[in-house]
Structures are given as structure tokens and as C-alpha cells.
Design a binder for this molecule. Structure first.
Ligand code: PEP
Ligand code: MN
Length: 357
């Protein structure tokens, strides 16, 4: 299935000039906060202003967005500063209100993109309209679901589309708030090459220190734009305070970005190599996690006076993994060799634990 896409054709934006920047607060909080932030961003040449009016929150009781009361503030940003404005829509009513208020670009959030019913309702509300729609990835790393959502919007007749990679949620919170899993947007680019891809380093990182390195990584991977949360007083933000930066810091970050222009063929090779590097890192991290659990098992065996090598368990692992490997298109021998090596290292680590007093 191919998408019928047209260039975004955003007024006043040179789409060839990477990165296209969208910046603004996580949430519109007050007219003053919106205008102050927007003025400072505009002074740095930012042309697209974001602000959440309706906020999807994990738990009830948090700030759920100012609601339609904030729409005239975005209208002022557009009229007085000449910026384009964008906000998140999650229901047909949001679409109607946002468009009535003159919002230039709509975006669909990650939680909404995970729900085909909700995306279809938005698509139905968009029928016959010509407005750019940016679709974030669904919270779960399901490329087909992401593409399915894009197809729903596109089939409603929306041809000016882009995606925003904002990472994928996980049970265990570690370095990132949402895992980047770069291979997912890279595969999306391979499948739909003419679809502009933005990166949202604020929501991937969840911490302001990660915005710069993640933005650089997105640029190195050939992304077209960045959506970055910026607030006039980030520490006092009503939502996502830790991941927002002042307009001054944003300008500093953007100034330091290195934009490498590479020709198409080597760029795709470079992207594939980056994907391999990323997967190798993931492999190492997984192995390290596996070894950590092995060591915990080692401690258990020691406490219960068991032997390190439990032969039955070992043969079971080898035969199961060999068969699984064959199903994934790898040779049985290769998979056996890999698991033998892993097992050998596990045993070495458990022996180390046994010998510790
Ligand atoms: C946001 O952009 O503020 C937001 C809620 O994003 P996401 O849908 O990616 O969580
Ligand atoms: Mn946010």
C-alpha cells in the first residue's frame, strides 16, 4: 500500500533546509507563558510553534491541558509573530476547534496513534480538508500499526503528512524515557521514502541533557526535522518540566548541531550501518542483562549447594534455541555456537561467584 503524499508546502519554510524546527512548550499554560515563549523563539528564527492544548496524561488529576481557552493564544502567536502553529488533536472535536482557531498543522499523539478506532475517528473528521497532519509513532514499537494509522489519515484525503519519532515506552525506565529504537523509523523511511520524518528528542530522552545528543543522532540518520519542547521557565512547567529547555538553550543546541549533507546512496548505506551499530549495542546490553541474571542464579545455586552446570537445563536451552534460530532463517549450527559461547561465559561468571567467599 502506497501513500499519496504531497510536499508539506508549509508557508515560509524551506523544506530542503534541514532541520525544520518545531518548538514550544509541552502545554499552553497561560497567555503570558505562550506569548513570552513564542516571542523568544521567534527572535531566534523559529518559525513553527507547538503547544499542547489538550494533554493526554498517564494518570487522572494531573494538568490535562488548558483546553479551548488556549486556542486564541495560539492565534495571537500566528497573527502577531507570523509563526505557524501546531497542537495535538485526539478527537474529532479537537480537530474542529483547532481548525476553527486557525491552527496550521495538526499532530496526533503517541497514545492516540496506538488506537485505530481513535485514528479512524480523526481521519473521518479530516475528510475533505487540506491541512498538514503529523503522526507520532504509537507508544508501542509496532511499525505496522504506525503505518496503518498513516494509511487511515491518508485515505481520508490528507496528503501533506509527516511523522514524528518520539520513542517507545517500556516497563523498565532506564536512560531514556522512551526507547529510541532507531531501526523502527529507519525501516519506515525505507518503506515510505518521501515521508518527512521529525524526531522529538524531548519525549525520547525525558531529560533536557539528552536533547542535544539525540538531535544530533537524528540529523546523522537523515531526519528532516526536530520537534523540541521549549518553555520560558522550564522548571515551573505544568507538564514535562524535566525535558523542556529555554529558548536560549534551544538556540545553543541548534547552533551546535552538525548537519552532514550526504548524497542519497551513501546516506542509505550510512543509515543501515548506524542501524547495525545500534543493534550491536542492543545485543551487548541484552547479553549483559542475561549475565546479570546468570550471576543471580549463581548466587542461588551457591546458597542451595547446587552444581553450576545443570546438564538437563543446558541441553534444553541448546535444542530450543537451535530450533528457534532455524525458524528465523539462521543455521542451526550458528545459533548453537552462539549459545554455547554465551553459556560458557555464564558458567565462568557463576564459577566466579561460587569461588567468592
Ligand atoms: C507532547 O508532545 O507533549 C506529547 C504528549 O507527546 P507524545 O504523544 O509523544 O507523548
Ligand atoms: Mn510533553
Amino acid at each position: 500500500m502506497e501513500l499519496n503524499l504531497k510536499p508539506l508546502a508549509l508557508p515560509g519554510i524551506d523544506e530542503e533546509q534541514r532541520p525544520i524546527i518545531i518548538a514550544g512548550p509541552c502545554s499552553a499554560e497561560s497567555e503570558e507563558q505562550v506569548m513570552d515563549t513564542a516571542r523568544r523563539l521567534a527572535a531566534y528564527g523559529i518559525k513553527i510553534f507547538r503547544a499542547g492544548i489538550w494533554k493526554p496524561r498517564t494518570k487522572p488529576g494531573g494538568f490535562e491541558g488548558i483546553g479551548k481557552e488556549g486556542l486564541p493564544w495560539l492565534r495571537r502567536v500566528k497573527d502577531e509573530l507570523g509563526m505557524l502553529t501546531t497542537t495535538e488533536v485526539a478527537t474529532p472535536n479537537h480537530v474542529e476547534l483547532a481548525l476553527e482557531a486557525g491552527i496550521d498543522i495538526l499532530w496526533i499523539g503517541a497514545r492516540t496513534m496506538a488506537n485505530p478506532f481513535a485514528v479512524q475517528e480523526i481521519a473521518d473528521a479530516l475528510k475533505g480538508l487540506d491541512v498538514p497532519v503529523f503522526c507520532k509513532n504509537p507508544v508501542n514499537p509496532d511499525l505496522e500499526l504506525w503505518i496503518g494509522g498513516l494509511e487511515r489519515i491518508n485515505q481520508a484525503g490528507i496528503e501533506r503528512m509527516a511523522v514524528i519519532h518520539r520513542g517507545f515506552s517500556t516497563y523498565e525506565k532506564r536512560l531514556y524515557r522512551n526507547l529510541p529504537m532507531w531501526h523502527v523509523p529507519i525501516e519506515l523511511r525505507r518503506r515510505i521514502p518521501n515521508l518527512p520524518i521529525f524526531c522529538d528528542p524531548s519525549h525520547i530522552g525525558g531529560r533536557r541533557e539528552l536533547i542535544a545528543p539525540l538531535s544530533q543522532q537524528a540529523m546523522d540518520l537523515g531526519f528532516d526535522g526536530l520537534m523540541i519542547e521549549s518553555h520560558c521557565n522550564p522548571d515551573c512547567a505544568w507538564s514535562d518540566a524535566k525535558q523542556q529547555v529555554t529558548p536560549d538553550v534551544l538556540d545553543f543546541i541548534l547552533d551546535k548541531l552538525v548537519i552532514r549533507q550526504s548524497i542519497q546512496t551513501s546516506e542509505s548505506l550510512e543509515m543501515l550501518r548506524k542501524e547495525i551499530d545500534k543493534l550491536d549495542n542492543d545485543l551487548l546490553e541484552l547479553l549483559a542483562r542475561r549475565m546479570k541474571i546468570s550471576r543471580e542464579i549463581g548466587t542461588y545455586k551457591k546458597e542451595h549447594s547446587m552444581t553450576v552446570v545443570q546438564t538437563r537445563r543446558y541441553s534444553e536451552i541448546l535444542s530450543k534455541r537451535g530450533a528457534q534460530g532455524a525458524l528465523c532463517g539462521m543455521s542451526n549450527d550458528f545459533v548453537k555456537n552462539v549459545f554455547e559461547a554465551i553459556h560458557e561465559e555464564s558458567v565462568r561468571q557463576q564459577v566466579e561467584i561460587m569461588n567468592k567467599d
